[in-house]
Design a protein around this ligand. Structure first.
Ligand code: ZN
Length: 157
């Protein structure tokens, strides 16, 4: 961690953008999938980003352990949030943490593979907060099913 050159007093500067090498590692670990909605970067027009799972604004670091590969939609919906309301229990619960949680403990596909279904408070709250079944993502899943490109195999580390 380096200090700000102008305000030497100072608040330590945290590198927010991962290096190209780190980004590549994050992308490869996720096999090019958004670690939240499971969209595939190769079929999306926008370049995916490295999401700080624990937000920078709360002290989250730009390390491989705190980064998740994410589509722009999921990254934008998540923002600086770390938790959300579970619609079933009304309780605040942590959002899905791709490094700490196992995807299949919290999500499953609907029988037609178009929608994600939360099978835990974390899964339900994350689906709602990140809007993981938004119309454009569901449309993409529908299209990819016809080409046998969906659903992708789970990300396993
Ligand atoms: Zn996504």
């Amino acid at each position: 961690m380096q200090s700000c050159a102008i305000w030497e007093c100072c608040i330590p500067m945290v590198r927010k953008r991962p290096s190209a090498k780190l980004r590549q590692q994050v992308m490869q670990r996720a096999r090019g999938l958004c670690e939240y909605c499971y969209s595939q970067q190769r079929y999306c027009p926008d370049r995916f980003v490295c999401d700080h799972i624990f937000p920078v604004s709360f002290g989250g670091e730009t390390t491989i352990a705190n980064l998740a590969f994410a589509c722009v939609g999921c990254n934008s919906k998540k923002g600086n949030e770390r938790q959300a309301l579970d619609s079933l229990t009304g309780e605040w619960v942590p959002l899905y943490h791709p490094r700490k949680h196992i995807w299949s403990d919290h999500f499953r596909w609907s029988d037609d593979f178009l929608r994600l279904i939360g099978v835990s408070p974390v899964g339900r709250a994350t689906i709602h907060k990140l809007d993981l079944n938004r119309a454009n993502v569901v449309n993409l899943r529908r299209l990819l099913i016809t080409f046998k490109e969906h659903p992708p195999a789970p990300i396993v580390e």
